[in-house]
Design a protein around this ligand. Structure first.
Ligand SMILES: [Zn+2]
Length: 360
């Protein structure tokens, strides 16, 4: 990990000691200790489990090169031998965090109301995670597994729209609602208990999904189609069966069709029936399907809402939407904003019975 730039004075803290540095520094783990290349740091710091660097600063971790972060950069070493790995955590106040999510999740130039609705959804999601993970070292990742986050955004709209909704979150009966969102719902909303998980915080009216109209019909992945080899998809399902210890998955023959079944209250399927040569069939949860493809290194599926049939010896897969389809639909929100619908109405539409409260 590289931190800082040529001009920057940094301070590293650990084990109650601190030491001045000049960036850029490269931090590694070696023999259970912190090593900053080319710098002698006090033993107290080298032996600490957690070291902190002051921000704002440049940080390069793996491919995310040269991003700037405010707050503190905290590095936490693994407990387990050989103790070579470490987590990199940005400890940052919520209102400085949200702009980096907006810039990671939306396109510059989309309507302000879309940014405002997204800011409220993202803040609600993050706050809910903070509550659930209060005993952990970190709350959210910086990828789509939580929500994208790129540090200090390179453009102003993200910062301005976060500030315009400062402290606003979605609540239901006094509790903050995890503001799940996805790129495109494909026209029919998913319910959180089906598409995210059975956690009790998900079983609330605002996460049961929006009614019509869909608004996102112009999104690039409102409907989509991909073609896969029959063998690779069949093999992916068998591998998944092996990993999850499901014998009927392991035994499945060549796949001949996917049929979406078991619709939720909005008509969105929650399961896919997979038929194979010989007439046997299995059922895969929509929420699991993208993972089946991902773990087999197949091109990723945009969503788990997909039908398929064999054409010319290949499996033609026709799907809808991009992401899990719960809560705010980003393309739908942008279409609403383009019709001059204010952000409060967008939140009401995507989180029915949820209300906006200023938490700070
Ligand atoms: Zn939608």
């Amino acid at each position: 990990m590289s931190i800082g730039d040529e001009r920057q004075s940094l301070v590293v803290r650990g084990g109650g000691a601190e030491h001045p540095l000049t960036g850029p520094c490269t931090l590694v783990r070696s023999r259970g200790q912190w090593v900053i290349r080319g710098v002698d740091i006090p033993t107290t710091i080298a032996n600490a489990r957690v070291v902190d660097f002051d921000s704002p600063t440049e940080l390069t971790v793996r491919k995310k090169e040269g991003r700037r972060y405010e707050g503190i950069i905290r590095c936490v070493a693994d407990y387990d031998p050989p103790q070579l790995n470490f987590d990199v955590i940005n400890v940052v106040p919520m209102e400085q965090y949200i702009p980096g999510v907006l810039a990671g999740e939306l396109y510059e130039g989309w309507h302000n109301a879309t940014f405002q609705a997204q800011a409220i959804a993202a803040r609600s999601f993050a706050l809910s995670r903070c509550q659930q993970r209060s005993s952990k070292m970190w709350d959210v990742t910086d990828t789509a597994s939580s929500q994208m986050y790129i540090g200090v955004p390179p453009w102003d709209q993200a910062k301005d729209m976060a500030a315009a909704t400062r402290g606003e979150v979605i609540v239901w009966k006094g509790a903050v609602v995890p503001g799940y969102f996805s790129s495109c719902c494909g026209g029919r909303a998913a319910t959180a208990t089906d598409a995210v998980g059975p956690n009790p915080v998900n079983a609330v009216p605002p996460l049961t999904g929006h009614q019509s109209p869909p608004y996102c019909t112009k999104a690039p992945r409102y409907r989509w189609s991909v073609t896969q080899s029959v063998a690779s998809v069949s093999q992916a399902i068998r591998a998944w069966g092996k990993r999850t210890d499901q014998k009927d998955y392991v035994a499945i023959g060549e796949v001949i069709s996917f049929t979406p079944i078991t619709p939720n209250r909005h008509g969105r399927p929650t399961e896919i029936e997979v038929k194979s040569v010989g007439g046997t069939s299995i059922t895969i949860q929509c929420v699991d399907l993208p993972g089946v493809f991902w773990e087999a290194n197949l091109p990723s599926l945009s969503s788990g809402w997909v039908g398929a049939e064999v054409k010319d010896g290949k499996l033609v897969m026709n799907g809808r939407g991009f992401g899990h389809g719960v809560g705010l639909c980003q393309y739908g929100a942008e279409a609403m904003a383009a019709s001059a619908i204010p952000y409060q109405r967008i939140i009401e539409f995507y989180y029915p019975q949820g209300t906006i409260t200023k938490a700070w």
